[in-house]
Every structure is written in structure tokens, then in C-alpha cells.
Ligand binder design. Sequence first.
Ligand code: MSP
Length: 650
Amino acid sequence: MTEKKPYYITTPIYYPSAKLHIGHAYCTTIADSIARFKRLAGYDVFFLTGSDEHGLKIQQKAEEAGVTPIEYTDKIVASFQNLWKKLNISNDDFIRTTQERHIQVVQEIFRRIYAKGDIYKGKYTGLYCTPCESYWTEHQLDENGCCPDCHRPVQEVSEEAYFFKMSKYADRVLKYIEDNPDFIQPVSRRNEMINFIKQGLDDLCISRTSFNWGIPVPTDPKHVIYVWFDALTNYLTPIGFLDDPEKFQKYWPADLHLVGKEIVRFHTIIWPCILMALDLPLPKKVYGHGWLIVDGDKMSKSKGNVVDPIALIDEFSADAIRYFLLREINLGQDGNFSRDALIQRINSDLANDLGNLLHRTLNMIGKFQDGVVLAPQGESDIDLSLRADAKETVDFFRDNMENMQLSLTIKKVWAFISRANKYIDETAPWALAKDPEKKQELANVLYNLVESLRTISVLISPFMPQTAERIWKQLNLPQAFADVQLTDIETWGGTPAGLHVGTPEQLFPRIEVEKEDKEAAKAQAKQAKQAKAEKKQKQAKQAEPGEVTIDDFKKLELRVAKVLKAEKVEKADKLLKLTVDLGTEQREVVSGIAKNYTIDDIVGKNVILVANLKPAKIRGVVSHGMILAAADNKDLKVVSVDMPAGTEVH
Ligand code: MSP
């Protein structure tokens, strides 16, 4: 027997700072379906999820709860594990960053990179709020320049810290991303990352001394290691990085890190730099999926629209929730969760289309053939077309699941379910049963229906594992469901003649919409009341038309920039391309000042740059920001100040 090909897939490890919501369940369900598909397709899959338990935030939450951090995370992590069990997540391991096996890995990685000279000791400077033990940046402060949490004054402090030389790897990471178009997907996220790196990478501060809930730096234990440095390395721990070279060789590099869109940056920039420093190959793919929003709004505690997956599973079943999430949302985009849409899908796709097909088929076999599937003989045109549709669906499934087209695949499988229901109407077995001459024709039709259901059971198994198995069991197929492979449905005719099918059991009860409506109306009224109160609060803070609030103004990052170099832009007589120094980095900015400044005039000036303006391409040159200038019809002067490059302007 040939060795199975390995496939290593991961989800992010979740923060146990609160219970998980339906958005987290979405991410893990996607990964689970891919893992299940790969197993079906004959891969040796290793599927990892876990919890990311260190950091100041967890320490503070534990303090608020009056327990130790580990007591705090133990409890929440148990609730994660319970959720994954209820949702039938088939992970092969669950990593906790507080486990000894992981602590050893992180410390060893720190040691190796330090020994290589890519970690060094330096000074971290920030604004510190002593009562909150938190560091803030200028932009995060409240309107009085105080701590945004407790609104007390902050102090500028600098603490000794270890830094990781990310800047050393910037060019190599950029080249890797450019040379490997499949590495970051979807492509929109890839472009974002390329632009980000092109602005230059700073070295990363990877240790703190202001709190202690973390993994100590091995040679300097008053420092704890930065939580993302600790978290990202989780992907190496369970596959034997330290203790099982054979296993490690087999599964690394990972085939897929599936992550939410907001953490693609950590996985495609920081993580590759760490791996390069360790001389390890990079993961084959990082896929940034979109966010699940609720009734058109982002989930948040304050909006009161956080959807608890456990309550939903208890109400509608794990498979119904999995089906909805995977079918309704296109992987790379944001998608909406709504109770109404969920109920509609359950009633139409699950209770009606799928449930009826099974029920009608088993009923007819019971009634017309004493529950026995008879051997088929000969085929009509309709039979042949059903079989061709089944083959096309299986082919589509294989190809599209390889490309992570989950929603498209589900739609295709459901088109086949409808096709099989139509086949019943077209062949009218109840009429065939009345005619003794048509016994074989009836046997053929019922055989084809069972074979269709056998195929469907396998095709839905990555998405709805329990339902797939229930169908398999009701069909009473002799093969153990756990052993079924995709190859088992690649050839039509796997149902053995003489099979005794079981009695039909309802797969999904229909949800009574009227009763539901009342419940939903109540919930909606409550939410609307809350939303109204919030809107009022918000309005009180909002500006009159034409005005901006201090919060609006604070969104702008204005900084002093020293012009290092200026060049004319080809075929654009008003434009100069400037290279400016922002203290921590250099950037290119295009500015419409060529008619008013010569190159010699502008070089050396300290101007003001809108530093967080979205980069824009101007005459083929990407401009990372905008220089402020005062101008009328006749004259133009850049705003310049006698302050060092990098100084913030407020
Ligand atoms: N601990 C880090 C990840 C470290 S991985 C080395 C983290 N944790 S998290 O709990 O905040 O988020 C975990 C994942 O949940 C992220 O991929 C995030 O995108 C995802 N989601 C959180 N809310 C979500 C939705 N509403 N919708 C979809 N996914 C969402 O980040």
C-alpha cells in the first residue's frame, strides 16, 4: 500500500478572554470541513486548533474574576473544548499555550534565534498608565490625552526589551510572497500584505517586563515573551518540533493556516520572519476568511448581538448550523448570520429537499419491495441521465473542494438532491408498482435512488458529518461509515443488491415559523430598544454637518517628515517624488509642488505628512501619504516646522 500524503491544517488558537461566539465557530467549521474532505480524499490529515492563553488581557480578566490566570483559562478553555465537541470538530490535537510542551518550544525558539543574533536587547518606549498597567500609543489616548480606560494621566516610560530583527527578513518575505502567488489567499489580502511590507518593516519588540503572565525569556526571566511570538509558534509544538523529528518532517511545512482576515498580517509577515530565522520552510498557504456579521452588524457585547453557538446547536442541531455557515457565506468575504435565513434553509434544504428524498425512498422500498433493494437490470434514458449527473457532481465536489469552494460545492450537491427528487416525480414508482409488468423498472428506479443517497451521504459528510452517518445507517449499508473514501462513490453501483434498508427516521424537523416569529419579534424588539438607546448616545457625541469631532480628527496621523531626496515624475510637470524620513522609516510620497519648489529647495525641509493616508498610485508611482501645503491660485508653500523627523503633530 502506498503511504498516504500528509496534510496539515490549522485554525488560529483562540483567546480565552470570553466565551466563543458564532464567528469563532464559523472559522473552526470551515477548517473541519476541509480536514474531513482531505481525509475522504485519502490524505493523512493532522488538524490542529487550540487556545492562546498568555498576555496582559488574560491576566487582568483573571484578576477581575479574583482567580489565578490558569484557573481562569482552565475554565474557559473547557468551554471551548465542549463547543468543539458539540459541533463535531474532528481536530487531532488541541494545543494550549500554557502547556509545558509548548513552553519548551517557545523558549527553545527564543534561544536559537538569540544565538543567531536575530534577537537583541534594546529599549521599548511607550505611554504607560500605571493603574491599568497598560501601554498606549498617542492615538489611543482619550480626548484629554489620558488613558482611554481609566482616564487618568499617562507617563512616557521606556523599558528594557528584547527585539526581533524583522527588518532583516523584509526583502526575503516580500520576494517569497511575490514568487508564490498561492501563499496568501484570497488575492486581495495578498496585495494588502505586499503594500504593507513595501512600507518597510520595523524590528519587533518581543518581550515585556510590566506584567508576568507569559512565557519567561529563558536567560532573563523578568521578561515575558510577547504573546504573538508565543502564539504563532503553537503550530510547531504538536507536530514534534522538539521531540519527534519524523513527525515534524512529515507535517511541516503546514499545508494551510486558515485565519480571519484581521490576523493575516501576523501569519504572512511576522510568522515567515520567525520561520526564516529558524531556517524552516514557510507554510504553503495562509487563507484569510471574511467575518461573520449578525443581521448586517458586527457582533459586539455592547450591541447585545453576540450569538452563542451552544444555544443555537441545542435549538437547531450542529449540522444545521454547520450547513448554514458553510453554504451561506463565500469564504473570502464577510457574510451575514440571521435566524430567519437559518430557519428558511433548515425548512427548505434540509427538512424538505434532503429529508424528503430519504423518506420517500425508504418508504417506497418498504412498501413496494418489503424493504429490499433489488438488483438493477437495463437502464432507461432517465436512469442514465441521473447517473451522469451523479458523476458530474462527484467530479465537481473533488475539484472544487480542493480549491476551498465550500459554498459552491454545497450548492452543487443540493442541485443533485433536487435532481434525485425530480427523478422520483419523473419515474413515478407508485404507478410502476401497480403494474406487474414493470417490476424490473421499479427495481431499477429504487436501486438508483438508494445509490444516489449513498453518494449524497458521502458528499455531505465534510459539511454535515452526523447527518451523513444517519443516512448511511438508515440505508443500512454494510461498509463501516468511518472507512468510506471518496473513491467509493467514484463508480456508480456500490450499493449491494439484496440490501435490507432501515425504516425512515426524520432527519430535520420543520421549524414552525409562526411560533418562531413570535420569539424573533420579542428578541428583535429588545434589540431595537437597545440600538435606539445607543444611537441616542452616539448622536450626543456626533458633530453637526460640516464639523468633525475630536475623535474624527484623531484618526489622522500627522507627522514631521524630513525630505531626503526629490525627483521629477516623468511626464508630470507638477509632481515631485519625495523620499522622506519619518524617524522610524523612510517612505516615498508624490506631491504636486514641482512648479513651486526646485529639488534643492525642498530637500532638507521638515514638512508635515498625513502618514496614515491610504496609499495611492499617482502617475505610476505609489504615494504613501500626503504633504500638507498652503495654496491659493498664485502660490503654494509646504507647511514646514522646526521639529525632528517622526514628531507627531496634533
Ligand atoms: N489568539 C489570536 C490568534 C493567534 S493564532 C496564532 C486571535 N484570537 S481570537 O480569539 O481573537 O480570534 C481567533 C479567530 O477568530 C480569528 O481568526 C478571528 O478572525 C476569528 N473571528 C473572531 N470573530 C469573528 C467573526 N465575527 N467572524 C469570523 N471570524 C471571526 O486572534
